[in-house]
Ligand binder design. Sequence first.
Ligand code: GLA
Length: 684
Amino acid sequence: MLETARVGYAFGLNPEGQLVHTYWGPRLPRSEDYPRPVSVPEWASFSPAAHLITEEYPAEGGPKYIEPCLKVHFADGTRDLDLRYQAAHWTDGTLQVQLRDAVYPLQVTLHYRPHPSHDLIERWTTLHNGGDEAMVLDRVWSAQWHVPAGEQDRLSHLTGRWNDEFRLHREPLTPGVKVLESRRLTTSHHHNPWFALDRGQAGEETGEVWFGVLAWSGNWKLAAEVTDFGQNRISLGLNDWDFAWRLQPGATFQTPASLGGFTPAGFGAASRCLHDFIRQDVVPRGQEVRQVLYNSWEATAFEVNEASQVELAEVAASLGVELFVVDDGWFHRRDSDARGLGDWWPDEQKFPDGLQPLINRVKGLGMAFGLWLEPEMVNPDSDLYRAHPDWVIHYPARARSEARNQLILNLGREDVQAYLIDLLDRLLRQHDISFIKWDMNRNVSEPGWPTAPGDPRELWVRYVQGLYHVWDTLKARHPQVVWQSCSGGGGRADLEILRRADQIWISDNTHAPARLEIQEGFSQVFPASTMEAWVTDAGHEQVPLRFRMHVSMTGTLGLGGHLAHWTADELELAREEIARYKTLRHIVQFGNQYRLRAAQQSAFSAVQYVTKDQTEGVVFAFRTHLARPTTLPPLLLQGLDPDALYEVEGVPGARSGAAWQHVGLTLKLADFESTVRTIRRVGD
Ligand code: GLA
């Protein structure tokens, strides 16, 4: 039995000695309440017991036809596993359950770490080859989550594409297997390794929801299976597509972690559970206030030089910006996306005296300095590629397909890792850099590795391990740096990258109405503190600056417009809103988030944040375009103490938290009008 504050999870040995899942849901009052595993009789010769039991971590082997978590082939050609329970013990808050194949020297350990205050259970698996012959792992997933079946079960997931990430889908879960995955080397814009499962009726604040994530930044797979006997099984793990791992004698392989949670209180509560966990346990600087930043990309693109950046920096500082980030275009021969990637030193023409004079100027203006990098990439037109053409992912006899004129360095290679660590370490040692935007702007093709140490298909995993190693090493050596994960926007957003990155650039789409929808999808999993959101010039003809500011203020505010082109009135407005944001950001970044009205469903949307002590809150409401005449429905506030008295900015008189929740806040908004209202507890 694993218990968190409100959740129980149980599994055990059935009379046949198999490890069987029995319960996941609300915590039960007495330990005897949790069901014990029982024998399951065969139903027919076509449906033997092995197929029917809810095995905790089913391996391929014997007469079962469900999705297994583990597929292995042994040196003698056997592709069948017979895992037997050995022992279980607790170490450092983690339960380890050891299984062993009945014949072959394969040890499988299931690891469970409950996170009591977050109502999450973290699971991962390790495999150890105790023999003297290699064995090949064909599939090795992190976990299978058994979600009790209801009548009208629904799967929620996030899909999208570049410039349009994190679109929420809810669909009936029907018999068969629904697969979500990445085959792109990164987490991907296309699906995110997250799921939620409900009975078909859960809402934002009501209803039972089971949910989970995979903490991995490479190829992954989620298989949501409803078996022929109506069992729901959600498996998460490394993608087994084009995958193999040769487990050498004496070697151990560890999977990424999957986290699962349950709440009786709707999708909003599920998100808040993940938000708190991410802030408290995942993000390195998850408890620190995120700075208001300026990013130069949409203003100056590749026209980066001291003069163009100083011009922006001066205006940015006068508005209250705290961190000035120079994006792409600053390094050796980088005049367009056609060349330069790989040569990470300042361009001699643009910065004849190096970057330090600009950094000094930015610091003199009272701001910290940040820089864009895309370490995993190389343009064929670069010194690095000319010196090391064999360092990229490729097949010798195939063309190397370029995307955005670039190829991918094979970060699985130790020499590539060492080169990057050395070069970037030097860059960080020689300059006063407080922030790095780590970008990754293409997906993989021709995934060859001619000199691979093991099976060449290990590339998919070794690459990501190499990425983590490079990033971790740089982090350890430069603890002052705050990091951002970007992959052409939201292509690499997951819980494992967030162990390195403090914030995420969630989309290259900065058009505010689109952004509202993307941000809302992102919030299903990730807290506002990790969501970098810039106000740019996108859509400025139609969407007022105040609206654009408010959209970005629901996350970690940044600016990305061409400030030199902004009018005096616009600059004044930006200054005011930035100052306002600084008075609100502790609520937005660290408070509980409530999606009051969904931007992906309605042109009238709202999101609210409330501090943990329920003394302060803020609500943001947006109307994009609605046909007239329109009366907006009242906004039913959430998360307030029902018996305490609260004032909402702009509304005379205090009301109880219960009144704000059930009577609501009436607003009048025109098209592309927004409002920000603070909420203050004024009495008990
Ligand atoms: C990607 C990023 C952008 C910007 C450009 C620079 O598209 O998502 O924010 O950094 O690269 O080339």
